[in-house]
Design a protein around this ligand. Structure first.
Ligand code: DGL
Length: 260
């Protein structure tokens, strides 16, 4: 079982930001990445639809023989991970907006959170937010339209820049000093955000923490690959292969088109 791959899924290409952290920390693990781009964005969908899509993705990855699944999507984690953990016998790692590190680091006691509607309206986000934000001003912003632009290969477009400017302004007015990226797609905005934000505003995402947690859970379940060889990483999408290829950069990856 330990030489089986790690499964990773997202509503699209955003989870590649998590894949790359996992690949850096665990180069001896093979991975199967599933980009459900055809059904992106998940953010505006209701809880039941997000659960059903997460089940579909999980079952597909389990059919590939995955030993553990990383839900590399805040929207799917905050709405569906409890259901997945109850129904399937393998470990799941999820991702949630990093409110706690932001709360601990903020000096101005004002933080911004950019995430999808599905994440910000979830019970899990609400509970975490209440736990850490009692002495903070938290400016929440739904990132309408961002995922669609990234999925369409328009990451560096003027439209993206204008959208971001409008989403950041209320946060800057509130003098935030930490911006939490609560959607895995948003990691790819980092170079643009750095241009738009004052230098002292920290950009916080959860990618490294997810990779560390993946390693810890593999270790505790005695699932780390013990073989000296690794199967090649595989990427599957029901959207456009070229968007994955452009975000993977140097990785000479096997990207396959899926019809589902
Ligand atoms: N990458 C997903 C997340 O982290 C994007 C959600 C969406 O498809 O709207 O939430």
């Amino acid at each position: 079982m330990s030489s089986k791959p790690i499964g990773i899924f997202d509503s699209g290409v955003g989870g590649l930001s998590i894949w790359s952290e996992i690949h850096q920390l665990l180069p001896m693990e093979s991975t199967v990445y599933l980009s459900d781009s055809k059904h992106a964005p998940y953010g505006p969908k209701g809880k039941e639809a997000i659960i059903n899509l997460s089940i579909k993705n999980t079952e597909w990855l389990m059919n590939q023989g995955c030993k553990l699944i990383v839900v590399a999507c805040n929207t799917a984690t905050t709405n569906a991970i409890d259901t997945l953990r109850k129904n399937y016998p393998i470990p799941f790692i999820g991702i949630e907006p990093a409110i706690k590190p932001a709360a601990l680091q903020s000096k101005s006691k004002a933080i911004g959170i950019l995430a999808t509607k599905g994440t910000l309206s979830s019970q899990l986000f609400h509970e975490t937010s209440q736990l850490y934000s009692s002495d903070l001003i938290v400016i929440e912003q739904v990132g309408n339209g961002i995922v669609e632009l990234i999925e369409n290969g328009a990451l560096y477009s003027d439209e993206m820049k204008h959208l971001l400017q409008s989403y950041l302004q209320p946060m800057l007015d509130a003098e935030i000093d930490c911006l939490v990226l609560g959607c895995t797609h948003y990691h790819f905005l980092t170079p643009i955000l750095k241009q738009l934000l004052p230098k002292h505003v920290k950009i916080i995402d959860s990618g490294k923490a997810v990779a560390k947690q993946t390693k810890a859970v593999l270790e505790s379940n005695i699932l780390l690959n013990t073989k000296t060889s690794v199967e090649p990483n595989r990427f599957y999408t029901n959207g456009e292969e070229n968007v994955i290829a452009s975000l993977l950069k140097s990785e000479t990856a096997s990207i396959k088109k899926l019809a589902f």
